[in-house]
Ligand binder design. Structure first.
Ligand SMILES: [Zn+2]
Length: 432
């Protein structure tokens, strides 16, 4: 066990030093001497591997200058406490680091795949703990007196506008990937137009879109994508445009170029990428009961466990079993509107009657409880108590933008819309 850790430490020493060096400011104990000590360290470690201290009468002399890095990649199911146990580090030190301040608390949120590096002295006592939260933020706890000095070091992120253009031949997802977009950007694009375009059902061969979005760089290296800045989607010959705007309170949202919010009071569909298996029909023959029975909702077929989202902000007024509907959630949206979600396999944990929910929030999971031939969601929409077809009903938009903000809106969005026009004209923005 010890040997394995030592070997890992030896292999990783160089990369750790390099990573620390690029921060420049990290107050790494012995950091200045680390290059010189590299040789000594390698030799000492080798000796350690073959020395059985337990059999010697006296413990080896203390070597204050000796320290080594134990590198540990976080695995799924692990937390900092289990990692401390595995590296034989003191629980008391863990407690001290976590409770130093709010920065120290962040050490508790280690994510699988990221590296924790513990620098220990010859006796295995922790000198410094380092955790790279992401490509631009590193947490460092350094021992001082009887506690730890905990700091978060951040690198500067460079944002760069870039663009992509695509024509739909199979699906938003596949054609988006082909155009070089990340999954994240494709999902964001679908979210922006969620109130206007049904990406699961109404895309047509030849539909096209142009998107201007951010790429994020650290140390000149691209590591992620950021936000969509402006976008245009032509669906079945109709053009939809959106531009990002941040108001005086720092709230961001997407608007049409003339300043109308894209958000509507209700989403088109309660699920991502679902297929309609049965439409709203007041004269349908029931598939199980075999009698004429109005189908007062829309059925979406999807695999068991697919998340179901509330289509509007509201309050849960029913959550439980209701005869042929199986597990049901019913939500009231103000005085006038209500929606119902049936045949669920289970409810979102923690939700109960009386809870407020936000548009798009998961409320349960697709199932086949009650009278259902297969897994699907039965979705109903009522206006003033009357069932209506949610796919054709006139649904309200959210409030338009405050007039006082229009000047700021124009100044902020004009450059983004200009970039969109350039990208549309084939003048794709710099990839670099
Ligand atoms: Zn149904």
């Amino acid at each position: 066990m010890k040997n394995r850790i030592l070997k890992t430490a030896l292999l990783s020493t160089c990369t750790v030093v390099a990573a620390s060096a690029s921060y420049g400011l990290i107050p790494h104990k012995n950091f200045e001497d680390s290059r010189k000590q590299e040789q000594e360290r390698l030799i000492s470690s080798k000796i350690n591997q073959y020395t059985n201290y337990a059999s010697t009468a006296t413990p080896p002399p203390k070597q204050a200058a000796f320290s080594q890095d134990l590198e540990h990649t976080v695995k799924s199911g692990e937390n900092l406490s289990s990692i401390f146990s595995e590296l034989n580090l003191s629980r008391e030190d863990l407690h001290k680091i976590i409770h130093t301040n709010s920065t120290g608390k962040q050490f508790a949120d280690v994510i699988p795949g990221q590296d924790v590096v513990a620098t220990v002295d010859a006796e295995g006592n922790l000198e410094q703990l380092t955790y790279a939260k992401n490509p631009f933020e590193t947490l460092v706890a350094t021992r001082i007196d009887d506690g730890f000095d905990v700091k978060l070091f951040s690198k500067k992120i460079d944002y760069q506008a870039t663009s992509a253009k695509a024509t739909i031949h199979s699906s938003l997802f596949e054609d988006g990937i082909k155009a070089g977009l990340s999954e994240k950007i494709i999902l964001k694009l679908a979210d922006i137009f969620a109130w206007d375009i049904d990406f699961a059902l109404n895309l047509q061969d030849g539909d096209e879109f142009t998107v201007v979005y951010e790429k994020l760089f650290v140390d000149g290296k691209e590591f992620d994508t950021g936000e969509i800045l402006s976008v245009e989607f032509i669906n079945q010959g109709k053009t939809y445009s959106a531009v990002r705007f941040e108001d005086n309170q720092g709230h961001t949202g997407y608007y049409t170029p003339d300043g109308n919010g894209l958000r509507k009071a209700f989403l088109q569909t309660p699920m991502d990428f679902a297929k309609i298996s049965s439409h709203f029909n007041l004269h349908r023959k029931h598939p199980i009961l075999n009698t004429i029975r109005a189908h007062k909702g829309v059925d979406y077929s999807a695999a068991i466990g697919t998340p179901v989202k509330t289509t509007g902000d509201g309050k849960i007024v029913f959550q439980g079993i209701r005869n042929g509907y199986g597990n049901v959630v019913e939500i009231e949206h103000g005085q006038k509107y209500s929606t119902l979600y049936a045949h669920l396999s289970s409810f979102k944990s923690g939700h109960k009657i009386g809870n407020k929910v936000k548009q798009g929030e998961v409320i349960g999971y697709v199932g086949k409880t009650g009278l259902a031939t297969g897994p699907h969601l039965h979705y109903e929409f009522r206006i003033a108590g009357q069932h209506v077809n949610p796919l054709s009903a006139k649904l309200p938009r959210s409030l338009p933008m405050d007039k006082a903000l229009m000047a700021k809106f124009k100044t902020q969005t004009q450059p983004l819309l200009t970039q969109l026009q350039k990208a549309k004209g084939g003048e794709l923005l710099a990839k670099n």
